[in-house]
Ligand binder design. Structure first.
Ligand code: B12
Ligand code: SF4
Length: 556
């Protein structure tokens, strides 16, 4: 019984790079492998180094590449879809499992269609945040046979085993949504969270079909906990995990770090926990264990994570630094006290400056994430956010255009204000969409003008800070200089190997002309022509598990 787990492409369809190991699928693969099942991961977001993709260097890259994304969705011969076809044909899975965030829905639909084109009798099952939060919509999509909600390890194993056994008692699998013989949608009992997450097998990072697309540190993604106890109205963490937080033991965390350090060569770890240090006592034990496992003088490692401004202090920061922390990211969200109330994030400006002070004393770089465009935002509240940003000493800020995802309190608020039309057209609905406008009191055009100015200012802020802070940090941490030089050298050689821009007049592949209205002018001028980013090109499957596929495109 072979299961193919698919991470749908998103940035890659925009013509942009976004490389990481899809750890959620890694967990599912680990569970299936431990249950004796054959499994492979196809990460549709990952890419070969010679693909014509640009680095995402500033806030507006995804907006300027938005048309390329739309074209890719409309072009059945786009090279990524050709790749998907070839992977499914060659791997011949008995089951295709697709993970979905809301922004990936259109790509996941195309992948499901391709899976059915190749083998119409093999089931397609969706899981992940979107499927968990919008199960009814999902089960009604064409080519989706089953939906798995919330924690997926047990569900996928039980599902694969039942499929293999020929039994069809789908009602016995918790967390499953399916159709009975009369096509009626059945929602099984919700899957309860596993009580002990230490018992979950480590993610199988070797299941990826394209290992040559990763560098060792791309496998360094980890989780030390699941869930987040805070009630923020804009965050879907609880839609995936509920508000219960479950921790791994320091020993279990260190064992996974040791495994990927020794077996895969990971030196730089990325903890993707919703909030990395919510429980101080536990965090101290984790850092102590990390220091014992990877002593600074013997086997130095580095890591980064995301946390809250009220979850750090001087002593903790010192410990983090000793255990290898090279960057902390804080979700500050807004500079407006009124918006902060609505977001129920529970932090104040005081806390932000407190965290800034902690970081300054520890000499540790940090980033701050913000959003603008909340349903109740006004020009003055957005100005408050920009004013706060100007006072920050962080190395970089990230500003997202707020997007309300279903299942959230703030989604209902936006709906009440008449800012959301259902059913949602997911291809236009994401943080990366220049059409985003979920603000009641600022007309669309004016909001886009304000947002473009904010993003431009944030880009300028980041460029300035990045240069200064990197220099400062390296002077304070000379042991990191060789690694930094290595990364710079690698980045240079990679960009030197980047394919040249398409010469004018070169043969173009078939890209169906868009019939949609033009995208509003939200961003700076494009850095790369959208057409160039969406051209069909030859795909080369690495010979690791799939045979080399014939070249398809003409832009070689
Ligand atoms: C780390 C993270 C990221 C990382 C990595 C993304 C990744 N690899 O998936 C980065 C920074 C790149 C990222 C980007 C974005 N993210 Co994010 N991210 C997260 C975070 C914190 C953890 C995700 C994760 O890996 N969890 C751990 C694994 C184990 O869980 P999992 O993947 O959900 O898988 C489990 C189950 O869902 C299920 N499952 C999943 N897939 C499948 C498939 C099948 C077949 C089955 C049976 C089960 C199953 O089983 C798994 C194991 O139990 C979540 C918050 C959260 N708590 O989920 C937000 C979250 C998923 N992200 C979110 C968003 C909005 C985004 C962005 C759109 C934000 C933006 N500004 O652009 C982008 C999307 C870009 C992209 N192409 O992914 C939202 C999604 C909301 C939604 N309705 O879609 C979340 C929920 C946070 C939030 N803001 O509310 N994100
Ligand atoms: S603290 Fe962060 S992860 Fe937790 S609910 Fe709030 S925004 Fe989500």
């Amino acid at each position: 019984m072979k299961t193919l787990l698919v991470y749908p492409p998103f940035h890659r369809l925009h013509g942009l790079k976004n490389r990481f190991f899809p750890i959620g699928l890694g967990y599912l693969a680990g569970a299936l492998r431990d249950a004796g099942q054959e499994v492979a991961i196809y990460n549709g977001e990952n890419f070969d180094d010679d693909e014509p993709l640009s680095e995402s260097r500033n806030h507006t890259d995804t907006f300027t590449h938005f048309q390329a994304y739309q074209d890719a969705l409309d072009n059945p011969n786009h090279y990524v879809w050709e790749e998907v076809r070839q992977v499914i044909r060659q791997y011949q899975p008995d089951l295709v499992g697709i993970t979905t965030k809301s922004c990936m829905v259109p790509a996941a639909q195309i992948i499901s269609r391709i899976a059915k084109e190749v083998n119409s009798d093999r089931p397609v099952i969706w899981g992940g945040p979107h499927a968990s939060i919008c199960p009814d919509e999902t089960i009604n999509f064409d080519h989706v046979d089953f939906v798995a909600r919330h924690e997926g390890e047990q569900t996928i194993v039980e599902f694969a085993e039942m499929l293999e056994s020929g039994r069809r008692s789908w009602g016995d699998i918790d967390g499953l949504v399916w159709r009975d013989a009369s096509r009626k949608v059945v929602h099984n009992k919700l899957r309860a969270n596993l009580p002990d997450i230490n018992a979950i097998p480590f993610p199988d990072r070797t299941a990826d079909l394209f290992p040559s697309r990763y560098q060792p540190d791309h496998y360094g993604v980890m989780f030390t906990s699941r869930g987040c106890p805070w009630p923020c109205t804009f965050c879907d963490s609880r839609g995936v995990w509920t508000r219960q937080i479950r921790y791994r033991t320091p020993e279990n965390i260190a064992a996974e770090m040791r495994h990927i350090h020794d077996d895969l060569g990971v030196r730089d770890f990325y903890f993707w926990d919703d909030t990395f240090t919510p429980y101080r006592k536990h965090a101290v034990k984790v850092f102590d264990r990390m220091i014992a496992e990877f002593p600074e003088k013997g086997q130095p490692i580095t890591w980064q994570a995301t946390t809250r401004c009220d979850c750090v202090d001087d002593e903790l920061a010192e410990l983090m630094k000793r255990s290898g922390c090279r960057l902390l990211t804080y979700g500050v969200e807004t500079g407006s006290p009124a918006m902060m109330e609505i977001l129920r994030k529970g932090i104040t400006h005081d806390k932000v400056f407190y965290a800034q002070n902690v970081m300054r004393k520890a000499g540790m770089p940090w980033h701050a994430f913000f959003m603008i465009g909340f349903p109740d935002d006004r020009p003055e509240t957005i100005a408050e956010t920009m004013a706060l940003i100007r006072q920050l000493e962080c190395r970089a800020v990230g500003i997202s255009i707020f997007t309300p995802y279903p299942g959230l309190e703030i989604y209902e608020r936006a709906k009440q204000y008449g800012l959301i039309t259902e059913p949602i057209e997911w291809r236009y609905f994401s943080h990366q969409s220049p059409r985003n406008h979920f603000v009641r009191d600022i007309p669309r055009e004016e909001f886009h003008r304000i947002a473009a100015a904010c993003l431009k200012e944030a880009d300028a802020f980041n460029q300035r800070r990045h240069r200064i802070d990197r220099l400062r940090y390296l002077v304070a941490n000379p042991r990191l200089i060789p690694g930094q030089l290595g990364r710079m050298f690698k980045a240079r050689t990679q960009s030197a190997r980047k394919p040249a821009r398409r010469p004018a007049g070169a043969t173009t592949a078939v890209v169906r002309k868009p019939t949609r209205p033009p995208v509003p002018d939200f961003a700076h001028p494009p850095v790369q022509s959208p057409e160039a980013a969406s051209l069909t090109r030859g795909i080369r499957l690495t010979p690791a598990r799939a045979d080399r596929a014939p070249d398809q495109g003409s832009n070689k």
